[in-house]
Design a protein around this ligand. Structure first.
Ligand code: GLY
Ligand code: MN
Ligand code: MN
Length: 439
């Protein structure tokens, strides 16, 4: 992403803020994994969105105070330190940062407390995402208190604290051309990873082998990390929505559900495919699989500008409920079953969520209490499923089958583009791909 896009985001935010406002955005910090080792570093999505600076323990400060005609941006980052860099890796340092990143000024992070006090002083409003980062909250509130406690007339604390997410979430919801390119790439890599797992699967392998195949494909294409914990659930495990143990042996006759997506330059893919360990769906599996696929395709027809997620979701619910009645898994009348939400025993999650820098991306789903209309540039998942628990009070032949099909859709001016279309999902396409086994 080049600096011009970061700069135009900053400008947009500065225009949306009230006059004489300052916005404070902390980077992520390192998080301890065990004793003196840390989890892999992942930059804060808001911070990344506005400046792309890749290190921990940094801050971005943006101001539209009247004294700056075009606004002002300041970065605080870890200072150069030869010893620390030998042990822990290179640092950009403030001098290079000012040249390479979209900021007017850059200072060492150890000057943060002092300089931030001066920077905030005199602004009318402070934009900050309270509760997002507890360490940042502590610093910001202590600075505000210091300004309020300063001798009268020497300092002026902002009169109001405004949630920066109200502006930023709305900006992040609409993806630019560059962001869409990155999301296409994330989707393409994740698609190839799912195809790799389909070709590799075989009875007596373990769920963790499939997880390893998926992560191998991500890593080999330069997507070092999954965007969320990879789910590989075979047999009954497919009925546990957030199953991540991924350590059971695969059995002939079982389906395996894989929900996995990589992160590419910060942007997530989120794909689910469900396929038979043996390479061939059983009759029962086929019937339920076709039903989930019909629900997904019916939902797709509702995905277009000015329709709502609720419309798509209602259609998916109607298809699933009718299908479960036809298979005698639900009993009674369609309207009553929908009204009483009886399908929720077998389809207990939502149809869709926004997708972007975060897998469950930011952005309101309602505006003034009403479901918001879809608009071009939004990216969302469509992910119906059916999960028949091993102890469900239904005919034994259905028990322990879990199926979800999840794709990533970009809203266009005329409808949608399915970013994950290339990941096989019809029974014919899956069975055909699985004939080309690698494992
Ligand atoms: N992978 C998380 C989800 O599908 O929402
Ligand atoms: Mn999802
Ligand atoms: Mn998913």
């Amino acid at each position: 992403m080049d600096n011009s896009e970061f700069l135009s985001r900053q400008t947009h935010l500065l225009h949306k803020m009230q006059p004489n406002s300052i916005c404070l955005l902390p980077a992520s910090g390192l998080v301890t994994r065990s004793r003196d080792t840390e989890f892999p570093f992942r930059q804060d999505s808001y911070f990344h969105y506005l400046c792309g600076f890749p290190e921990p323990d940094a801050w971005l400060v943006l101001s539209n105070h009247q004294e700056y005609s075009k606004g002002m941006s300041v970065l605080f980052c870890l200072d150069k330190d030869p010893t620390m860099e030998i042990w822990h890796g290179r640092r950009v340092g403030p001098k290079q940062a000012k040249q390479q990143y979209p900021v007017n000024m850059a200072f060492a992070e150890d000057e943060l407390g002092e300089r931030l006090l001066d920077l905030i002083d005199g602004h009318q409003n402070l934009y900050f995402a309270q509760g997002h980062n507890p360490n940042a909250d502590e610093l910001v509130f202590s600075l505000l208190q210091a300004l309020r406690d300063a001798p009268k007339q020497s300092r002026q604390a902002p009169a109001s604290l405004i949630d920066s997410r109200i502006i930023l979430d709305e900006m992040r919801l609409f993806k630019s051309t560059t962001e869409i390119e990155l999301m296409r790439k994330a989707a393409a890599i994740a698609t190839q990873a799912h195809m790799r797992a389909m070709r590799f699967v075989a009875a007596d392998k373990n769920e963790y082998h499939l997880e390893a195949e998926i992560h191998h494909e991500f890593a080999m294409q330069g997507a070092k990390y999954p965007a969320y914990g990879t789910i590989v659930g075979a047999g009954d495990n497919a009925c546990i929505l957030h199953y991540t143990e991924n350590n059971q042996v695969l059995k002939d006759g079982d389906l395996v559900l894989i929900d996995a997506g990589c992160e590419w330059q910060g942007y997530a893919a989120d794909i689910t495919r469900t396929f038979p360990v043996s390479g061939q769906f059983s009759e029962q599996q086929k019937q339920l699989y076709e039903l989930v696929l019909r629900a997904q395709l019916a939902a797709f027809e509702q995905i277009k500008p000015n329709n709502t997620i609720k419309q798509a979701s209602d259609v998916a619910v109607a298809v699933i409920t009718q299908g479960l009645l036809d298979l005698d898994i639900l009993k009674g009348d369609l309207t009553d079953n929908i009204k009483q939400q009886n399908y929720r025993e077998f389809y207990m999650h939502g149809l869709s969520h926004w997708l972007g820098l975060d897998v469950h991306d930011v952005g309101n789903y309602k505006i003034d209490g009403q479901d918001r209309p879809l608009k071009p540039g939004m990216v969302l998942t469509v992910e119906p499923g059916i999960y028949i628990a091993p102890d469900a009070k239904v005919d034994n032949k259905w028990r322990g089958i879990g199926i979800r099909i999840e794709d990533n859709l970009l809203i266009t001016t005329s409808g949608y583009e399915n970013l994950t279309l290339a990941a096989p999902k019809t029974i014919n396409d899956i069975e055909a791909l699985m004939l080309t086994k690698s494992g």
